[in-house]
Design a binder for this molecule. Structure first.
Ligand code: PEP
Ligand code: MN
Length: 376
């Protein structure tokens, strides 16, 4: 994707007009005309939503669940749009979905997490969308793979779809977790770093999977400079036909939005600027010191490796490293540094140490620096 592309799109224009994160709200699934309209009216009255979302075709992990009302629900969204003026967004997974949606005047389409994983499916959607000028939001794939996410966006862009946004909805994990889908914030942050012009929307409903997690997740997203939130909203969440545990009423949504702290990107306040600049300069100095210390440690590693070579001693000294992994987090804790962080840091140092020692003993590097690959 072009990361220098001009930022004048459906999403960026709305963002510029609003000067605040976009709010997309609506039920997980469109269940009935009455439900669709009830939520749309409540959102309109509260005046905080910029776009309406509803699932028409629901990709379910197992067969037998509620799979959505299908094309029969499209006129309900048309009616909600006509009455409230809210732009309508739905999920599409096949070219037929695209055709039906556009025929019913749906404004924005999104590609769901289970579709983003499949380049064939994404390409078919891109081909179906080519020349339509439809704004499209691309959810992250279910697996934590930045390249697939970016690849899907690129396929659309190459088909001439340039009104794009990304939705971060979290990633499946096998291990039990407090989240329904682990946020793994490093991935959307990397996407944002690569494509600073691309609006990034957070989906706390599907990350959290539970109402009480919406606020902390949404707050974190705003603090990470996301451009919007998509939050599932249902008139009677407990009886929703899909994703009951994570949906909130429009009234609760309003409360939630007022509980969020909207912070500034920066500040013009001269005191703030001076103090921040001073602290950053001190951090620059601290970083120089950290790197000088690391260089000192690396030199010691080299010296030890030469000595091991002379004495024909193996690289991996398990007991030594077990001792390091035990003591360093503890030393860190005494200095008020998070133990897990120190553990991760020493894992990286260990990998680099092994790489350097391998080079000294055998003279041929297998991996690049700090590569977590199989060569370890
Ligand atoms: C949804 O938004 O209702 C949905 C199915 O989401 P995801 O593709 O993120 O699972
Ligand atoms: Mn849902």
């Amino acid at each position: 994707m072009e990361n220098t592309a001009p930022a004048d799109t459906f999403f960026t224009r709305r963002l510029a007009q609003k000067g605040q994160p976009l709010i997309i709200a609506g039920p997980c699934s469109a269940e009935s005309e009455e439900q669709v309209l009830t939520v749309a009216r409540a959102l309109k009255a509260a005046g905080q939503a910029d776009m309406y979302r509803a699932g028409i075709w629901k990709p379910r992990t197992k067969p037998g669940g509620f799979e959505g009302r299908g094309a029969a629900a499209l006129p309900w969204l048309q009616a909600a749009r006509a009455e409230t003026g809210l732009p309508m967004a739905i999920e599409v997974a096949t070219p037929k979905h695209v055709e039906d949606a556009l025929r019913h005047g749906i404004d924005v389409l999104w590609i769901g997490a289970r579709t983003t994983v499949n380049p064939f499916a994404v390409q078919e959607l891109a081909d179906a969308l080519a020349g339509t000028g439809t704004p499209v939001m691309v959810k992250n794939p279910v697996n934590p793979d930045l390249a697939l996410w970016a690849g899907a966006l690129e396929r659309l862009e190459r088909a001439g779809i340039t009104d794009l946004a990304a939705i971060h909805r979290g990633f499946s994990t096998f291990a039990p977790s407090r989240y329904r889908n682990a946020p793994t914030w490093a991935i959307p942050i990397e996407l944002k770093t690569r494509y600073p012009q691309l609006p990034l929307i957070n989906d706390p409903s599907h990350i959290g999977g539970a109402r009480d997690l919406l606020l902390p997740i949404a707050q974190k997203a705003l603090d990470l400079d996301y451009d919007g939130l998509i939050i599932e909203t249902h008139p009677d969440p407990d009886h929703a036909l899909s994703d009951a545990a994570q949906q909130v009423t429009p009234a609760r949504l309003q409360e939630l939005l007022s509980e969020l702290k909207y912070r500034y990107r920066s500040s013009d306040n001269a005191d703030y600027r001076n103090k921040a600049e001073e602290l950053r300069q001190k951090m620059d100095t601290a970083d120089h010191e950290i790197l000088e210390m690391l260089a000192r440690r690396m030199a010691l590693i080299q010296e030890l490796a030469e000595y091991k070579k002379e004495n024909n001693v193996k690289i991996l000294q398990l007991e030594r490293w077990q001792e390091i992994f035990k003591t360093r987090p503890e030393w860190g804790r005494k200095l008020n540094i998070d133990e897990k962080f120190v553990g991760e840091l020493y894992k990286l140092i260990h990998i680099e140490s092994i790489r350097q020692q391998t080079q000294v003993l055998n003279g041929r590097p297998i991996d690049g620096p700090t590569h977590l690959g199989p060569g370890l």
